[in-house]
Structures are given as C-alpha cells and as structure tokens.
Ligand binder design. Structure first.
Ligand SMILES: [Zn+2]
Length: 165
C-alpha cells in the first residue's frame, strides 16, 4: 500500500471517529489522563464542553484538538480558559458558535452542521482533499469517455476522445 493511500485511510478513519464526538461524554472520556483536574479553568469538563478532545503523544502530553474545526492547542496553564483559547484560534468554529445543545437541533440544521464539519476536515487535510479531487476528476473523465463512446456508436462517427477529456 502506498503512503498516500495509508494517509487517506487514516484521514477517513479520523473523519468517522470524530463524528461520534458530538457527544459530550465521549469527549470527556478522552481526558482520563489530563493533568489539570481541580481549582483551575481547564478541567476535563470545561475542555470537553468547548469541543476539545485529548490527543496526547509522547512529546506533547497536553495536545487537545477540537473535534469539529480540528484546531490543535497545547502548552496549557491552569488559568487558561478553554473557550477563550478556542475562540481566539478559531472564531468561526461551527461547534463553538452553536447557540444551544447539538441535541436540540433539527435534522436539517444538524446535517448543515455536519457538512460544515466535513468542510473543515477537507481544508485541514491536504492528502485527503487532493486524493478526493483526483478521484472525482477520474470519475468525471470516465463518464465523459463513456458518453462520447456511446454518442459515436449511435451516430457511427468517430470522436477524438483524448482531446475531449
Ligand atoms: Zn472548533
């Protein structure tokens, strides 16, 4: 498997995994190993409320990521306010700007929100977006070719396919 293919699969996996993170409890459960738990602003509860999930790595133990806009932040201090930090970095985040709970949205509003989330993902992941554009373009070419072949068979004429694609 090529590297780009692996990265594409990982990207798709992340897109699907994060879809479940609309659920506050699921976001909260990612903070089981979070250093700031009491007498501070950036408690797991406050982090999860603002859309963050904990994605620690060996070198960066306090990295969090907004499941929606994919903004990543690290270097937290106990007094940091997660909502303020999130909004400083990503003021247009669709999740941050929800006026109420996700559970109160109509199906239509939720679908619109989910489309916005996918757009964020698309903008963030270059491998993913390049491969999607490539496959859309391949599909378009194949359809054009099929139509032209059908047309030329129907009308018993020949068309220079390469120049039409
Ligand atoms: Zn966000």
């Amino acid at each position: 498997m090529q590297l780009s293919e692996i990265m594409y699969k990982q990207a798709i996996q992340r897109l699907q995994d994060y879809r479940h993170m609309y659920d506050y409890e699921k976001r909260l459960s990612t903070f089981s190993d979070w250093p700031f738990t009491e007498n501070c602003n950036c408690t797991p509860e406050n982090m999860a409320k603002t859309g963050f999930i904990h994605r620690p790595s060996e070198n960066e133990p306090d990295v969090v990521c907004c499941f929606f806009c994919l903004t990543e932040l690290e270097g937290w201090e106990p007094d940091d306010n997660p909502w303020t930090e999130h909004s400083k970095r990503s003021s247009t985040c669709g999740f941050l700007n929800l006026s109420g709970s996700v559970n109160d949205l109509t199906v239509e509003a939720f679908l619109r929100l989910e489309a916005d989330r996918i757009k964020c993902f698309y903008a963030d992941d270059r491998v993913f977006s390049t491969l999607v554009l490539y496959s859309v373009d391949e599909a378009r070419k194949a359809t054009t070719k099929r139509l032209l072949e059908y047309f030329s068979n129907q009308h018993h004429c020949s068309i220079d396919l390469e120049s039409e694609l």
